[in-house]
Design a protein around this ligand. Sequence first.
Ligand SMILES: Nc1ncnc2c1ncn2[C@@H]1O[C@H](COP(=O)(O)OP(=O)(O)OP(=O)(O)O)[C@@H](O)[C@H]1O
Length: 232
Amino acid sequence: MSKVVIQADDVFKKYGSRNAIQHLNVSIPEFSVTAILGPNGAGKSTFMRMITGMVKPSAGNLTVLDQTPAWEVNRSIAYLPDRARWYGNHRVGQAIEWATNLHPGFNAERAWELMKSFGLDAATPVEGMSRGQEARLMLALCLARDVPLLVLDEPFSGIDMISREKIIAALIDSFSERQQTVLISTHEIAETESLFDHAVFFQEGTAVLSGDVERLRAERGSMQNIYRQLYG
Ligand SMILES: Nc1ncnc2c1ncn2[C@@H]1O[C@H](COP(=O)(O)OP(=O)(O)OP(=O)(O)O)[C@@H](O)[C@H]1O
């Protein structure tokens, strides 16, 4: 049994009288690449914000890297928020310089390699980038961090299909070489299926199904089929 990196025990998050998260019980194994899946409004982003301490649980117990989420824990987490943007007045090269000074464990050499493989040039200004180009920049800046936990909220949204396929192939290589736990929320289930070894399916703020992807596939078919069974 591998070590657990994120443990949620009966976690709730209320906004007003409404539960965005309710009775959430989840265990994320160390060094897994875990898919966080579910329809719009199921609570995926709220769960990720809780991991980084930006949102506090209204009830229940959440442990991340053996600690209660807080700023200190965030030194060990690379978090890519949904719809993240970089400073418009920077060029790609300056973004890497800033990230080097800003983020603990930022590996500039790796960032340059990633920018190259994502088709981004040092001289390209951030202002004027298409949505997909900026999404690639943000993803590369996160992936360049040598931290134990990566939390990526819809990192592929806005990236065209061919580029996405290339990025996913690069990620499969990269994750297999590194000792990191990775959480990725995505709606691109068919394309990303090969990336994941663990999955959590969210519905109405709770985890309705989770486990090892190979086992889930053997029991229920492809991730896409499981998604249809659960939400169709
Ligand atoms: N700051 C907030 N204030 C009030 N309600 C919120 C807030 N953030 C999220 N919610 C509500 O909590 C629920 C879960 O939202 P969340 O963004 O976590 O879903 P999601 O699964 O990430 O959705 P999507 O796939 O559309 O990104 C939704 O009903 C949403 O409206």
